[in-house]
Design a protein around this ligand. Sequence first.
Ligand SMILES: Nc1nc2c(ncn2[C@@H]2O[C@H](COP(=O)(O)OP(=O)(O)OP(=O)(O)O)[C@@H](O)[C@H]2O)c(=O)[nH]1
Ligand SMILES: [Mg+2]
Length: 162
Amino acid sequence: MNVVVVGPPRCGKTQLVHAICGVKTAQQLRPTTCVSHMACTLQNTQFILWDTPGCLGHCIPNLAEGIVSDCDVAIVCYDGRRCWSPVELVKTIGKHRCYIYLTQPCAFNALFAYETFDLCSSLFNLVPIHVYKDSMLCDILSTMSDLHEPCPEDEMRLVDSV
Ligand SMILES: Nc1nc2c(ncn2[C@@H]2O[C@H](COP(=O)(O)OP(=O)(O)OP(=O)(O)O)[C@@H](O)[C@H]2O)c(=O)[nH]1
Ligand SMILES: [Mg+2]
């Protein structure tokens, strides 16, 4: 499963990728300037985690556009800064494959709260917001396995074709 991690500069994207893959992180990380990936296996599923440079405003960095459009899931990191909200990025990427991850447990601002409410109520679909990486990964795994489970109609077609 390809998972891309996006968000504004210095919000904790690289730290999250390292934490998920169990890599020890230097205390001060340098700004990410290219797209890179790390792999890990969780519950028998291989995850490829793609780290990206910080978004300027609500734009996906040019270097990351390809992987953002190809990935199965996007984790939109947010650290609570007032001048930025993850909602525009979620709309651009597509709410059906986005998870918002709060890198600071108390990450919050009024714009974020207002826009998130608007996003949920106007599109009739909730975008999951997580503060714990492990529960976010479980959520991603269970959603993806639901998506890949054959529906009864598919099973019937299979039986028919035998
Ligand atoms: N205390 C704490 N510090 C964090 C956390 N995440 C990141 N940091 C610190 O914030 C700084 C930036 O973290 P990065 O993971 O490099 O952030 P980034 O979003 O990858 O930054 P860019 O690549 O520059 O866009 C680092 O010095 C980290 O030590 C966190 O969850 N808790
Ligand atoms: Mg980084």
